[in-house]
Design a protein around this ligand. Structure first.
Ligand code: COA
Ligand code: ZN
Length: 305
């Protein structure tokens, strides 16, 4: 007899084209970035962070965001998001036709100044303007609280500090609120506390997790966030990535590693693990170096993918 059970969905936002490439030593052309996005879509991705509309002096690798967005396939199956940190950025994002605008508020003052030359309060204010502009243009909004598990400059970050920011950002009613362990220092107990608290401070708003695997804790943190009801995660093909303003920050958790984990746990992602692994092999040839993903090396199991 056929089982009618429908698997619960974990949604992955693929961030390799933005968070992944912004700090990679390789300089990919617009054509290479667009080919990466096409391959990601072919592997089943429906949400792709494609570009950053920030200062090209601050992040030179993302200077071509307008050209990338102009060339990506627009079949309607993929929702494209882009980062904007000020009014000019959101205007460029609207002009480029993105489906979703993402903002960032860093949880600590020193990192906030290093990343976006603004205090935490100024960043919240900038986000309010970005959010209003995006909503007026009919575009979805997501805002990330960054460095929630620790700061490269100030060390440990108090949970209350993060949750106060979450509460303020919740007032803008984003479609999603993202908690990011930007430098990969978090552990599952801490992640559970943060997401539990965020759920209380942002009732009715979908929460998303963003983890870097700098200290090999990202998958454990994802499992902890899932235990707290989180069903949407950022990840990066091959585990490429970093932050140009966070010393020693290494890659995002690898998409293949997350997909293997959650598929084996009985969830569906809509993604084809074999196609992702093939795309990682292609990406390595484009970048000219290897990537951290483990499942891309080992393959799936029992089907190698
Ligand atoms: N798009 C393009 N150029 C922009 C821009 C945008 N959205 N915002 C600012 N600029 C340019 C300005 O034209 C100006 O250029 P000029 O020096 O040639 O005159 C320069 O950037 C500085 O502009 P200013 O408005 O004074 O911004 P700032 O110095 O206060 O910096 C940010 C604010 C947010 C623009 C900048 O810190 C930034 O882009 N940071 C990137 C952070 C990032 O992407 N981090 C990684 C992901 S979280
Ligand atoms: Zn990140």
């Amino acid at each position: 007899m056929l089982s009618l059970a429908v698997k619960e969905r974990i949604q992955i936002v693929e961030v390799a084209p933005r968070d992944g490439l912004q700090a990679d030593p390789a300089d990919l052309s617009v054509d290479q970035k667009v080919e990466l996005i096409e391959r990601l879509a072919a592997a089943g991705h429906t949400r792709i962070e494609a570009a950053s509309f920030v200062s090209p002096k601050a992040v030179p690798k993302m200077a071509d965001g307008d050209a990338v967005m102009a060339a990506v396939p627009r079949s309607g199956e993929v929702s494209y998001s882009a980062l904007a940190l000020n009014q000019r950025g959101v205007e460029r994002a609207v002009e480029a036709g993105v489906d979703e605008v993402c903002g960032v508020v860093v949880a600590t003052e020193t990192f906030s100044q290093a990343n976006q030359r603004a205090s935490v309060a100024e960043s919240v204010q900038r986000w309010r303007i970005i959010s209003e502009t995006a909503k007026a243009a009919g575009i979805k909004t997501a805002v990330t609280v960054s460095a929630v598990c620790g700061c490269p400059y100030e060390g440990r970050v108090a949970v209350d500090k993060v949750l106060d920011i979450v509460g303020e950002l919740a007032e803008t009613q984003p479609d999603e609120l993202v908690l990011a362990d930007t430098i990969g220092v978090g552990v599952p107990t801490q992640v559970a506390t943060l997401f539990e608290g965020a759920g209380e401070r942002a009732p009715g708003i979908a929460l998303r997790g963003h983890f870097h695997n700098t200290r090999n804790t990202a998958l454990a943190n994802i499992a902890a966030a899932m235990d707290n009801g989180v069903r949407v995660f950022d990840s990066s093909l091959g585990g490429v990535g970093g932050c140009p303003f966070a010393p020693k920050a290494t890659g995002n958790v690898a998409t293949e590693d997350v997909v293997y984990l959650v598929h084996e746990m009985g969830y569906d992602t809509g993604l084809d693990l074999g196609a992702l692994i093939d795309t990682t092999a292609w990406l390595e040839t484009q970048l000219g170096h290897g990537v951290p993903s483990l499942v891309a090396k080992a393959g799936g199991f029992p089907d190698p993918g």
